[in-house]
Write a protein of this length. Structure first.
Length: 267
């Protein structure tokens, strides 16, 4: 892993959110990469429930100030950064008052998914990619965690397909257990199509349920990780048809599991 660059993109990372399996993986994996000679950058949304003073977040003026077009609306992008204590890991936060100021991550106080999660997903996707471009940091691996990141492979392989910074990047997704029923949005296909992404690439968004979002991610990925025991029960037929390297759940518990997977299966 020496000098290899790994971009971690997640909707949850400790210590900024509670210690779920996803939040823990999004911390432990880059830590292991760093300890084995690699370089990492971590990106997550800057939810309103994150205490900026406690975690010492600060805005990066040279990276902020861009407007991203989301469904024909200009939305300002704010970038904040913090360092995880005692670790050589920087976390970049994608922020926008309209999408992320509220005191909630992906659900309201009643546990219902926010109605605008579709636009938040598009904004987060574009925001991360545009920020990495400004950093001029070309990742060898982009590792995605959580269904909220499921538009990244699609956008990288279509909307940003001519971007040289990502030309050699390999995409790995960690698949977690299903955590919502129904669909994220009935309008997400229309909003993604605004970016002139070919209609045949976004058919799965006609019904943007959990399974279809994972399928969409896998369509443009180079490897996947079974991050929860039993996480693939409903999409196992799709997985069988994909000739890409897998790390099963038991393997994730081994020492240096992800360093070995990246080095031996992805590079």
């Amino acid at each position: 892993m020496k000098n290899k660059k790994v971009l971690i993109i997640s909707s949850e990372v400790i210590p900024y959110l509670p210690q779920t399996n996803q939040a823990l993986n999004s911390y432990e994996i880059p830590k292991s990469v760093n300890e084995n000679g690699g370089q990492t950058r971590i990106f997550m949304p800057r939810y309103g429930l994150i205490n900026e003073r406690r975690h010492q977040l600060h805005e990066v003026i040279r990276l902020s100030g861009m407007n991203l077009v989301i469904d024909d609306e200009d939305m300002p992008l704010i970038i904040k950064v913090a360092s995880i204590p005692k670790e050589r890991m920087q976390v970049y936060f994608i922020d926008n008052d309209e999408y992320f100021k509220r005191r909630g991550a992906l659900r309201d106080e009643k546990g219902k998914l926010f109605n605008d999660n579709d636009e938040r997903m598009i904004f987060f996707t574009k925001g991360v990619i545009e920020t990495v471009k400004k950093l001029n940091w070309s990742p060898d691996i982009i590792h995605l965690h959580g269904w909220f990141t499921s538009l990244f492979p699609l956008y990288l392989k279509t909307y940003y397909k001519d971007e040289p910074l990502f030309a050699e990047s390999k995409i790995v997704i960690s698949v977690y257990s299903k955590d919502f029923d129904g669909v994220v949005s009935k309008k997400i296909e229309k909003k993604v199509s605004f970016d002139k992404i070919p209609s045949e690439e976004i058919q799965l968004l006609k019904r943007a349920n959990y399974e279809n979002l994972i399928q969409l991610s896998l369509n443009h990925s180079d490897g996947y990780v079974v991050a929860d025991n039993g996480a693939l029960k409903k999409i196992d037929k799709l997985i069988e048809s994909k000739d890409i390297p897998v790390m099963d759940f038991d393997q994730t518990k081994q020492d240096k599991a992800f360093v070995s997977y990246y080095s031996n299966k992805i590079f």
